[in-house]
Design a protein around this ligand. Sequence first.
Ligand SMILES: Nc1ncnc2c1ncn2[C@@H]1O[C@H](COP(=O)(O)OP(=O)(O)O)[C@@H](O)[C@H]1O
Ligand SMILES: [Mg+2]
Length: 262
Amino acid sequence: MSAPAFRDDQPTSESAPTPDAVLELRGLRKSFGDQEVLRGIDLTVHTHEVIAVIGASGSGKSTLLKTVNLLEGIDDGQILLRGSDISDPRVDVDATRARIGVVFQQFNLFPHMTVLNNVTLASRRVHGIDRAAAEATAQTLLDRIGLGTFAGAYPDRLSGGQQQRVAIARAIASDPELLLLDEVTSALDPQLVGEVLDLVTELKEGGSTILMTTHEMHFARNVADRIVFLHKGEVVEQGAPAEVLDAPQHPALIEFLSRAAH
Ligand SMILES: Nc1ncnc2c1ncn2[C@@H]1O[C@H](COP(=O)(O)OP(=O)(O)O)[C@@H](O)[C@H]1O
Ligand SMILES: [Mg+2]
């Protein structure tokens, strides 16, 4: 006989997945050695939502994104992607990663491949789309982001901002359910940051679901639906950008914002 299904406000591993959630993190814990880097993270990302994770260096932002992409295992908790538990050790890692687009801080392009081949690689290898179809999609995407003429070029011909836009194009080429962006503008010269953030804004307008980390507070204010402040591996405050940025409550957030221009 099964136990009665009690529901309350606290998600537990037995709760039903939240409708409309693309990603649900429940009680996520992760240690490196004896250092606990994620200390019980609960976070839901809904369809079409853009969530900006902010926090000091070392607070666990990159580790959080890596656990979602299964680049780091977790010690406790659950990661639900559209309701299915991808932290289950039996999960097909490659198939799961194929559903998630990822761009990191450092330029992620393969230097020995043309821009077009960089963008089509995953579609062809992982999703089994034939070359002509993958290239047509990639060319349309590159045209849309103003880099169509670079299709045949190698990455070293492009500026850092252009390379990062290509990396984003590659991440969205196979239409992922979720896009993870980790400090995608941090390695760029200041004058190149805008073109990359403009592309992220366009993706949001196109309905992408995005979990990103950023130090760009103006961008987080203007584009994110919700800002999540991570402090020593815990979400200590979250809410609408104006709430979090203009009326911070937690002392660590107040301190963090006093150092960051916003
Ligand atoms: N692979 C790893 N092995 C050991 N410690 C790590 C590893 N990755 C990250 N850490 C540590 O985990 C903490 C959080 O790192 P990180 O997630 O990169 O923070 P953030 O992205 O917020 O700067 C830091 O103290 C970092 O040194
Ligand atoms: Mg980081």
